[in-house]
Each structure stands twice: as C-alpha cells, then as structure tokens.
Design a protein around this ligand. Structure first.
Ligand code: CA
Length: 528
C-alpha cells in the first residue's frame, strides 16, 4: 500500500503542470496591452505617413518585430465607448456605453479581463480607465480618475486616492514596470498599460518643450476644407482649429496642477512665443497656421513620451525574461485629426478618426515585419486574447479572433465590411449622429438626426482625402445599391436596436423633443 502511494506521488510529480497553474514556461502567453488615448496613425512613423511628422523608434521597433495593421477600425470613434467595446467585444448598443456624456460601464458584464482572471491569469489595469465605474476583473488597478491630468495627477489605487508627482505618461510607464517586476511569477499575466496621452489638451513632458526646434510643419491638403457639396452635418461642426480651438488648447493659458518650478520651466518655453503671438494679431489663415503649428508641437511631444515609455516597458519585459512569451499589443481607442478637414478631435467615420494604430508583437507566432491591410476592429481584441489563452469564446461577443491573421493565415471568410455607429450630440463638438458601412474602398454613411437626413458615399480610391460625396453620381448607382443591402445585412448581424434610448446621444441631446428619436422609422433606405 505504501509502495502504491509512493508510485502515485512520484507520478504526480512527473505529470506536466496543468494549464491552470502554468508558469511562464507554460504555453499560455502573457498579454501586455499598451493603449493610448487619441493616438493617430499620422503621428506614428511606422505608418510612413506623407507628412513625416514624428519619428517613433520604439513603436517602429515593435512593428519591425511584429505585425502592423493598416486598417484597425473602431465602431464608435470616441474614448469611453471604444474602451467598453474592447473589454466586452461588443458594439455600444450591446454593452450600453454609447457616449462620454452620461454612460456608465455596467461592470457586471462579461469582459475578457474577468474571464482571463477566472482562468488563472494575474491581471492589472494601470492608467486611464475612463469608464466611470471602478475596474472589475483586475487583481491590481491604479487608474486616473476620469480624464486625468497631465502633470502630478491624483490617481486611484485599488479604490484609494493617491497623489502622484511627475508627468503622467512617465508615471503610467513607471507603475506598469513596477507591477511587472512585483507580480506573481507563477501565473501568466495580463497587463493593461493605458496612457492618457496624447488626449487634448496635448500637454508635453517638460523635457520635450521645444523638441522640434520651432519647425514649420507640412500642412494637410484639407487644412482649409470648405466642405463644398457636403452634408450640413459636416460643415456645421464645432471641432475646428479655426472656430473651436481654445486658449488652453493653444497653451496661451497654462495647464492646471504644475508645481511652481514646473510652471517656471513651462513659461520659459511658451511665454516668449506667446508674447510674439500676442503682438502679431494674426487673423484668418495665418491664425489657423499658427495654431496648427502649436498643436503639432504639443500633440507630437505627447506621442514622443508615449514612444519612450513603450521602449522602457519593452526593456522591462526583456529583463524579466518574458518578452518571447508575451503578446504585446500597441494601439489606441481611436484615431485623431491633425488638421485634416481643418479639425482636431475624432468621432467621424472618416479615415483619420476611424483608424486606430495597431501593432502586435508575438515572437514565434507573428512574423517579424509583417503587415495586414484587412479590416480588423477593436471589437476583435477580446476574442483574440481569449483565443490566445486557449479559452472558449462566448457566443454573444461580436468581433472575431485575429489569431489566424496573426499566424499569417487569414481565413477566406474574413470580414470585408464593418458596421459603424456614432451617437454623441450636440456637445461637445457638434458632430451629428451617423451610422454606416465601411469596406476596403467605400463608405456609405447616413447622417440621420436631428435636423439632417443625408446620405454620403465616400470612395477612398477615387478620393483618398474624403472630400467628395458620390452618393448621387449615376456612375455609382450599383455601388450605392449594394452598400445599402450590406448595411441592412450588418444591422441584422450586429442586432442593431431600432430606437436607441435618448440617453445614448448624451445628456443634452435633443432637449425639448417630445418623443424619443426614431431614426429608422424615417426611412431605412432612400428611394433612388
Ligand atoms: Ca480617445
């Protein structure tokens, strides 16, 4: 009997470690999710954008070692909703987070961090969360409240308020590395390292003030877009460098929370330049150009600090000896306009705000230096991470695992179109609700409320700047017909709701309307 017991114990010792307690030498990969807020492809040199705005050597290195996605698209181009879609793998109308105005994340929902945690992953969320309710599904969390501040930010660590000193991008880098080094090494891990940068008002690290030597930046071709022949929805915006830019955006007013020493350093850079500006009395296009150059200095400096912190985190992964068994995903909650159409901000179905930068590094699985031009989406991340961890994918998630693409084997039936729906109106920025279908080449868009009922067809091949509407062009009648059918098909597929609640559009939306809006009762498709 005793012999039998010894044999049994010996057998137990020789058995392979079960996946539920596998350490880093096991098969389950770690996941590091490096996330930015409002980072756009035009500012990442790996994308080879024509203006050559900035060199981002650390992000570029990730791309050299991994896969660069040229069309990672969002489904509702705004901060909170994108974050909710990433966590749940669902559209806004399914996870209930429609806008940044009054939405609160229902944290009783299933999310991929909860599922990874339940499956034995150690999970951490560090940085900008922005979903109102506290993070759930994390063993450790240390977040900015709301939008957070760029300098010396108050933060919330596991429910307790803590005051931090330093530049927020660096602090999020520091906290991420600290957590990595103090984690439980017996478990695979998920680390979500989420930057505030380069969100408005684009406040640089003090070390980067003047980094561009007062460069005069190349302008986008559409900096002075007049929106000719376009929907009122497009011309009646409130996100223009000319009409919306504030003194705080322009750094004519200093940001809050600087210490006296920091403020002195801030003033040393900005004040002489601001003084020159005040004396010049710039108007019209000259004023737009001045603001555009100030904007580029500040926004790109914020990206520079993100890039440096990507490098630091990658070095820490190397030092920890886990870089080879870790999926590193670098992305953003949406893109951003850097002067295109005269704009800053996001929200639109247009390419600059629709596209998030996306790089995935995973040695041994992802071919170094590879590229993917197929349509993937932020709603695919949850399923991808669950799939990579060997977990079942819930039926109600609405994306698709990108694992085959990462392995270089894009399925034949990979999506060729994506459904889009933006809600928040009229504040801030006065971008009217719109929905549409996106394909490799075209976009069919419906601006449907409250005072518009306009359809637009964009053709990126004929018009890469997206300044023309081909909807009524007879040469496009077949395309328009096909895209209307595809839009309807996608609305069924994503189980779109016919009447989104009025709250979906934000607190101040459509005040005074007697009845909830009913966009689809108007007309689902126009008569042609
Ligand atoms: Ca954002």
């Amino acid at each position: 009997m005793k012999d039998l017991l010894s044999v049994f114990l010996l057998a137990m010792l020789l058995l392979p470690v079960s996946p539920a307690v596998a350490d880093e030498s096991g098969k389950r990969p770690n996941i590091v999710f490096i996330f930015c807020d409002d980072l756009t492809c035009q500012s990442v040199s790996a994308y080879g954008e024509s203006r050559h705005l900035l060199e981002t050597p650390n992000i570029d290195r990730l791309a050299e070692q991994g896969m660069l996605f040229s069309r990672c698209l969002v489904t509702n181009s705004i901060c909170g909703p994108s974050r909710a879609s990433i966590l749940t793998g669902k559209y806004s109308h399914k996870n209930g987070f429609y806008n940044n105005s009054n939405s609160r994340f229902d944290s009783s929902q299933q999310t991929f961090p909860r599922m990874l945690q339940a499956a034995g992953y150690q999970t951490a969320m560090i940085g900008k969360w922005h979903l109102v309710t506290d993070p759930v599904g994390f063993d450790f969390w240390h977040i900015l409240p709301g939008q957070g501040l760029y300098y010396n930010p108050p933060m919330i660590r596991m429910g307790e308020r803590v005051n931090m000193e330093g530049y927020t991008t660096d602090l999020i880098g520091d906290l991420s590395i600290e957590w990595l080094k103090s984690r439980d090494r017996t478990k695979p891990f998920l680390l979500m390292s989420q930057h505030k940068a380069p969100h408005r008002e684009w406040s640089p690290a003090l070390r980067h003030l003047g980094w561009d030597n007062d460069r005069v930046y190349p302008e986008p071709a559409t900096l002075f877009d007049q929106y000719e022949g376009r929907s009122l929805a497009i011309s009646d915006h409130d996100m223009g460098i000319e009409r919306t830019f504030t003194d705080r955006d322009a750094k004519l007013v200093h940001p809050p929370s600087l210490t006296p020493q920091q403020l002195a350093e801030w003033n040393r850079y900005y004040e002489p330049r601001n003084q020159k500006y005040r004396e010049s009395d710039l108007q019209g296009k000259d004023l737009v150009r001045w603001r555009y150059n100030r904007y580029m200095h500040d926004y790109l400096a914020c990206v520079k600090a993100v890039d440096e912190n990507v490098g630091r985190l990658m070095s820490a992964l190397e030092e920890e000896g886990v870089a080879d068994n870790t999926i590193v995903v670098f992305t953003s909650d949406q893109g951003f306009f850097l002067g295109e159409h005269g704009w800053f901000d996001k929200r639109w179905i247009f390419e600059e705000s629709l596209r998030s930068p996306l790089v995935v590094r995973w040695p041994g699985t992802v071919e170094a230096g590879s590229e993917c031009s197929r349509i993937v989406s932020l709603i695919d991340f949850a399923e991808t991470f669950l799939d990579a961890a060997g977990l079942p994918i819930p039926d109600d998630m609405q994306g698709r695992s990108m694992l085959p693409i990462l392995r270089g084997q894009t399925p034949d039936d990979w999506r060729t179109s994506l459904y889009y729906h933006y809600y928040e109106f009229p504040v801030p920025h006065r971008v009217r609700p719109h929905k549409g279908v996106i394909t490799d080449r075209y976009k069919l868009v419906h601006y449907y409320k409250p005072d518009v009922d306009d359809w637009e067809l964009l053709d990126r091949q004929a018009d890469p700047l997206e300044v023309r509407n081909f909807y009524s062009d007879p040469n496009y009648s077949d395309v328009v017909r096909e895209l209307h059918a595809e839009l309807k098909r996608l609305q069924v597929e994503v189980d779109e709701v016919e009447d989104p609640p009025r709250s979906a559009y934000g607190n101040r939306a459509f005040a005074g309307e007697a009845d909830p809006p009913s966009p689809q009762k108007k007309k689902a498709a126009p008569k042609r």
